[in-house]
Write a protein that binds this ligand. Structure first.
Ligand SMILES: Nc1ncnc2c1ncn2[C@@H]1O[C@H](COP(=O)(O)OP(=O)(O)O)[C@@H](O)[C@H]1O
Ligand SMILES: [Mg+2]
Length: 252
């Protein structure tokens, strides 16, 4: 049986009341299976970030249920990576990565050891002593990924984490993320509006259309990794997803 880690049923989220009433998510059902990379695509404003905020417990649903089946010994069910790295400029890279471990009961040496291991995982083993301003945009995002992984979350949430990067760096990080998820088996919920990015990294892609946001289509991608971007089968899936997205927005 599939091991469901996130189970969302009939989720709705409404901001405001009266004339300001804005139904952002409506009757959304979604489950995430442990160990999969699930990518959510959808146009701007359909509620992708709102969905992640609900999972982070930063927004309260107006209706429906959200169940998170974290490991019993899990300290942090979810950790998030945003479009901008949000590093603390007055802390060295290693201390940024170790930041989330403060108050965890680990000693300073243990925190630094784990932070160092995470920097190694994202290919920045020698960058711990640098300051954030001494890094490129892509390196800063790697640090943000290391910081998120350091707290050993059950699920890594990523909200358009590569969208602000140039296409060369973006594709490099997509490849890195594939390697990291293969090495760690981490469950990832990744939001993007870039279809090529989605099909490159996903085990499964879900299309959210709206507003109000709801699941409009789903496709499983069983192609080998690392994915070859020009692969005909991959391009065909991307074509279908694009058609689905434009059809859904035309329906609204
Ligand atoms: N705190 C908030 N209060 C009111 N409306 C909000 C708030 N946050 C987001 N929204 C609205 O919710 C909708 C979905 O936003 P968002 O989840 O950021 O979309 P996406 O990430 O798909 O671009 C938008 O119409 C946005 O204006
Ligand atoms: Mg967003």
């Amino acid at each position: 049986m599939l091991d469901t880690i996130i189970d969302i049923r009939g989720l709705s989220l409404v901001y405001g009341t009266g004339e300001r009433r804005n139904v952002v998510l409506d009757a959304l059902d979604l489950d995430v299976v442990r160990g999969e990379v699930l990518v959510i695509v959808g146009e701007s404003g359909v509620g992708k970030s709102t969905l992640l905020r609900v999972l982070m417990d930063l927004s309260r649903p107006s209706g429906g249920t959200v169940e998170i089946h974290a490991r019993p010994d899990c300290r942090t069910p979810m950790a998030m990576v945003f479009q901008d790295a949000r590093l603390l400029p007055w802390r060295r890279v290693i201390d940024n990565v170790a930041f989330g471990l403060e108050g965890s009961g680990l000693s300073r040496a243990q925190r630094r050891a784990r932070a160092h291991a995470m920097l190694g995982l994202v290919g920045l083993a020698d960058f711990g002593d640098r300051w954030p301003h001494q890094l490129s945009g892509g390196q800063r995002q790697r640090v943000a990924i290391a910081r998120a992984l350091a707290v050993e979350p059950d699920v890594l949430l990523m909200d358009e984490p590569f969208s602000a990067l140039d296409s060369f760096t973006r594709e490099g990080l997509q490849d890195e993320l594939q390697r990291i998820t293969q090495e760690t088996g981490k469950t990832v919920l990744f939001v993007t509006h870039d279809i090529d990015e989605a099909v490159t990294i996903a085990d499964r892609v879900v299309v959210i259309a709206g507003p109000p946001g709801r699941i409009a289509a789903e496709v499983r991608i069983d192609l080998p990794r690392p994915r070859i971007r020009r692969d005909a089968a991959l391009q065909e899936i991307a074509r279908q997803l694009r058609a689905e997205l434009s059809r859904r927005s035309a329906d609204l």
